[in-house]
Design a binder for this molecule. Structure first.
Ligand code: AMP
Ligand code: MG
Length: 334
């Protein structure tokens, strides 16, 4: 028997911002990638947890869309909304008289096949593309290598009013850079402090960071890689180099644990989302964003003009009605 489809958002059994937050020393081995922290019991979800969670994600998505619109509207009203890509890398927040205009930045990190792309599709897919700023980071280009590791990150920040999503991030510079020995140890070790200083700066400029590691198991990664091989439509997602990274699984897990422990701060906490079950992963990330939006206590900006007067101007005929040659008012058939 299936439970009736819920029409309202059912809260998790506890705040996911607390249940999923990690603190040093981080022990990823103690977090089961198949677990479902905060998920209500069968009395709430019915026996089809996956379908229930998928329905919930759609409902939460609509709520995220509303929150995103308020964020965007607030920035727009503060007259500080630059074009979608300013690329200047400047953190100068607009509307400084009223405090910095807020922006939200979801940072997604995971091992290959961890589900970053799927999360973006399902969770960000519910928001208005107009207010989204999604950036992916691959191996640095020759130009990027001529600058410090945060240079390309600064240029990719969402403008005020936007929800940004980083598909990989500056954390690669203490993960892959460390495990693959791309820079000397002293260099990547120094980066923890640089990242913390950078993220403090971001917080001060009104950027609310939500840093999420999608935590999958070694076995699940193996299955997902095989699936990619088995389906010719997924070959484009398969990268033989992923198997090399897989062979250094433990080194990567250690690098993740240290990065999360060193760079999980009150200004910019780290969350670990068990991600072997895709439906739980999407549900948890959606709730993390919803809870984070709630902490911002956003609202719609007050009109910067006299609403009654504008209504009167439109009604008086001075601006509004168009009349034909005999003075008859033309029907608006929009
Ligand atoms: P994908 O996310 O599957 O498109 O893969 C992107 C690749 O870029 C991954 O193998 C990352 O490890 C790599 N990558 C991202 N950032 C860096 C970085 N800063 N240094 C080296 N490799 C990176
Ligand atoms: Mg990949």
């Amino acid at each position: 028997m299936s439970a009736p489809r819920p029409t309202e958002i059912v809260p998790p059994t506890g705040r996911l911002r607390e249940l999923l937050r990690v603190a040093a020393p981080v022990d990823l081995g103690a977090i089961d990638p198949r677990s479902t922290p905060g998920l209500p019991g069968a009395d709430v979800t019915g026996e089809h947890r996956k379908a229930w969670a998928r329905d919930q994600v759609r409902l939460i998505g609509a709520e995220l869309g509303r929150q995103q619109e308020m964020l965007y509207a607030t920035a727009k009203a503060a007259e500080g909304l630059p074009g979608p890509v300013d690329g200047s890398g400047t953190l100068a927040a607009s509307g400084a008289a009223h405090g910095p205009v807020r922006r939200l930045l979801l940072v997604l990190q995971a091992m290959d096949c961890g589900g970053k792309d799927g999360t973006i599709k399902r969770v960000a897919g519910a928001m208005n593309p107009l207010g989204l700023h999604i950036r992916s980071f691959g191996p640095p280009t020759a130009e990027e290598l001529r600058h410090d590791f945060l240079w390309r990150i600064r240029r990719a920040l969402p403008p005020p009013g936007y929800v940004g999503i980083f598909n990989r991030s500056h954390y690669e510079d203490v993960l892959v850079a460390r495990v693959e020995g791309l820079v000397p140890e002293a260099a990547w070790r120094a980066r923890y402090d640089e990242i913390n200083a950078f993220e403090r700066e971001l917080a001060g400029a009104g950027v609310t960071l939500v840093k999420v590691m999608l935590h999958i198991s070694y076995a699940e990664q193996g299955e997902r890689l095989l699936e990619r091989l088995d389906d010719p439509r997924k070959h484009w997602k398969y990268n033989p180099a992923d198997v090399d990274a897989r062979s250094r699984w433990d080194d990567y897990q250690a690098a993740y644990a240290e990065a999360l422990g060193r760079c999980g701060t009150d200004a910019a906490p780290w969350f670990v989302v068990p991600a072997d079950r895709k439906w739980y992963r999407d549900w948890a990330v959606a709730h993390l964003l919803r809870e984070t939006f709630d902490t911002l206590a956003l609202g719609y900006p007050a009109a910067g003009f006299d609403v009654a007067r504008e209504r009167e101007r439109l009604r008086s005929g001075a601006v509004g009605d168009r009349r034909d040659a005999r003075g008859e008012r033309q029907v608006n058939d929009r």
